[in-house]
Design a protein around this ligand. Structure first.
Ligand SMILES: Cc1cc2nc3c(=O)[nH]c(=O)nc-3n(C[C@H](O)[C@H](O)[C@H](O)COP(=O)(O)O)c2cc1C
Length: 449
C-alpha cells in the first residue's frame, strides 16, 4: 500500500471481498491502482440527501466530491431541508439544489428524468430508514425517489440511523431487497450515535463515501485483460504544412479507453492528433498518419486481448507528399489519393486475432451499412453511430446501435463517458462469452484427436 494511506477493516471489506459490515463485498485485483486512482474526475455525480441527523455531513461530502473533480448536483428530500439549508449545498456544489417533484419551474429546468439521465452515478448519503423503505418498494412519491427509480447509472446508498432502527428486521429486509438488485450499500459504521447510543448506524466517513463512490466505476469486468484502443483522426500529409483530416475530436475513443481502465483492464491508447488529457491508468501512444497508427497498433496488438477501433482513420492519403510547400501557381490542382491500410480488418485477420470491436460512423442506412462492414471485416462487434447534421463528431453526447453475430443493442443518447461505460459492459460480456465458446471449441477439438 502506498505510504501515508491507512484503511479501516470495513474499507478493505468493500474492496477486497473480505467479509465486513460495508455491504456486499466485491473483488479488486488492482488494490494499488485503486488507491492511486480517482475515477470521479469529470463525472456527473448526483448526491441525494435525506432527512437524518447526518444530513449536515452532506456539505463536506459535496466539497470532497468537487475536490475529486466531480460535477455535483444535489437532490434533497423535504425532511433533509430541515436539517441543512439547500443554500449551503448550492454554494458548495455550484449548482442549483433540487427539492420538488411537482414544481413546474424545476421540471422545466431539470426534471427528474433529466437529472437521472445526467447522472454518471447516484449516491444517497445519508439514507434514512424511510427512504430505504420507499426505494425498496419502488415508490416515486418525491423527487429523490423518482430520480432513483429513473436512474440507469450505478446507484449506491449510505444508511445512517439509530442502532435500533438499523437492527429492526424491517430495515434489514429492505436492505436485502436492494442488495438483491445490485444496489451498493456503503456502511453503516459503528460507534457513538447522535442519540447517545452506541452501535451500528453511523454514516461512513466522507473519504470512505468518496472512495466507495469511485469504486462504483471500477467494475472489474475486464480485470487482467489488455485492451488496445485507437482514437481521434489521422492526418495525411499533402506537403510540409498541409494535411487531409476529419472532424473526429477523439472524445469517444478516450472515453472508451477510460472506461476500459475503470473496468480493470491494462489499456493502450493509440491516438491521432487531439487536444485531450490522457485518462487515468492509460498508456498513450501518439501518432499522426494512418500508416503510423497501423504500425503502432500492429506492434501493440501482439499482447492485446481486445482491440477497439474508435479512430476515424483516413481511408486515403495523397500518393505523394510534396517535399516543399505547394505554391499557388495554377488555378486548380489535383491530388491523387491512394488507399490506406484498413487497421481494423488487418487486426481481425490476424491468425491469433484478439476480440475486435469497431465503430461505423454512417450518414445513412446505419443498420445495413454497419452489419455489412462487420461481416466484411470479420469483426466481432460494430458500434454504429449516425454522424452529420449535429450528430457524432465533436459533440459531448452520442447514441449507438451495437451489433454482433447473435444480437444487437441500442444505447440511447447519452454523454460519451456514460455511453462508453455501457459499451464496455457489452464488449466485456461478448468477450467473455466468445472466450468461453473458444475454450469449449478447443476442448472438443482436443477431444477428437
Ligand atoms: C431530530 C431527528 C433526527 C432524525 N434522524 C434520523 C436518522 O438519522 N435516520 C433516519 O433514518 N431517520 C431519522 N429521523 C427520522 C426521519 O427524519 C423521518 O423518517 C423522515 O420522514 C425521513 O424523510 P426522508 O426519508 O424523506 O428524508 C430523524 C428525525 C428527527 C426528528
Amino acid at each position: 500500500m502506498p505510504p501515508g494511506l491507512s484503511v479501516t477493516a470495513d474499507f478493505l471489506a468493500l474492496y477486497m471481498g473480505v467479509p465486513g459490515t460495508l455491504g456486499r463485498p466485491r473483488q479488486c485485483n488492482h488494490l494499488v491502482d485503486f488507491f492511486q486512482m480517482n475515477y470521479l474526475t469529470g463525472k456527473h455525480i448526483l448526491l441525494g440527501i435525506t432527512g437524518g441527523i447526518a444530513a449536515y455531513k452532506g456539505a463536506e461530502l459535496v466539497r470532497q466530491l468537487r475536490l475529486s473533480g466531480a460535477d455535483v448536483r444535489v437532490v434533497m428530500t423535504a425532511a433533509a431541508t430541515e436539517f441543512i439549508p439547500p443554500l449551503t449545498l448550492q454554494a458548495l456544489s455550484g449548482n442549483p439544489v433540487h427539492t420538488d417533484l411537482l414544481d413546474p419551474a424545476a421540471e422545466a429546468a431539470m426534471g427528474h428524468i433529466e437529472l437521472a439521465r445526467w447522472a454518471d452515478a447516484l449516491l444517497v448519503a445519508p439514507a434514512t430508514a424511510d427512504f430505504i423503505a420507499r426505494v425498496a418498494e419502488g415508490r416515486a412519491n418525491d423527487l429523490l425517489a423518482a430520480v432513483w427509480l429513473a436512474c440507469d447509472a450505478p446507484v449506491a446508498l449510505a444508511p445512517a440511523m439509530n442502532r435500533a432502527m438499523w437492527e429492526n428486521p424491517a430495515t434489514a429486509e429492505n436492505l436485502a431487497t436492494l442488495q438483491a438488485r445490485n444496489i451498493r450499500i456503503l456502511g453503516p459504521a459503528e460507534g457513538l450515535q447522535a442519540c447517545g447510543e452506541t452501535g451500528p448506524g453511523r454514516l461512513l466517513e466522507t473519504d470512505e463515501l468518496v472512495a466507495g463512490l469511485s469504486a462504483l466505476f471500477q467494475t472489474g469486468a475486464l480485470a487482467g485483460q489488455h485492451v488496445l484502443v485507437t482514437a481521434g483522426p489521422t492526418r495525411e500529409a499533402i506537403d510540409p504544412v498541409r494535411y487531409l483530416s476529419n472532424y473526429s475530436s477523439g472524445r469517444m475513443g478516450f472515453a472508451v479507453a477510460a472506461a476500459a481502465a475503470e473496468a480493470g483492464a491494462q489499456v493502450t491508447l493509440v491516438s491521432g492528433p487531439v487536444s485531450l488529457a490522457t485518462p487515468a491508468g492509460v498508456e498513450r501512444i501518439d501518432v499522426e498518419s494512418a500508416a503510423d497508427m497501423y504500425s503502432a497498433v500492429m506492434q501493440a496488438v501482439t499482447t492485446a486481448d481486445i482491440f477497439i477501433s474508435v479512430a476515424a482513420v483516413a481511408d486515403y492519403r495523397p500518393a505523394d507528399v510534396a517535399p516543399q510547400k505547394l505554391k499557388k501557381e495554377s488555378a486548380d490542382i489535383s491530388l491523387q489519393l491512394v488507399r490506406n491500410p484498413d487497421i481494423l480488418a488487418a487486426v481481425a485477420a490476424l491468425p491469433d486475432a484478439p476480440f475486435t470491436a469497431g465503430f461505423a460512423a454512417e450518414t445513412e442506412h446505419l443498420e445495413t451499412n454497419a452489419q455489412q462492414k462487420r461481416r466484411a471485416k470479420g469483426v466481432d462487434m460494430i458500434a454504429a453511430n449516425q454522424v452529420g447534421a449535429g450528430l457524432g463528431f465533436g459533440r459531448e453526447e452520442n447514441a449507438l446501435h451495437v451489433f454482433w453475430e447473435t444480437g444487437e443493442q441500442q444505447l440511447a443518447l447519452a454523454d460519451k463517458g456514460k455511453l462508453a461505460r455501457q459499451l464496455l459492459d457489452l464488449i466485456a460480456r461478448q468477450f467473455h462469452d466468445s472466450h468461453h465458446q473458444g475454450k469449449i471449441l478447443k476442448f472438443h477439438a482436443k477431444d477428437s484427436t
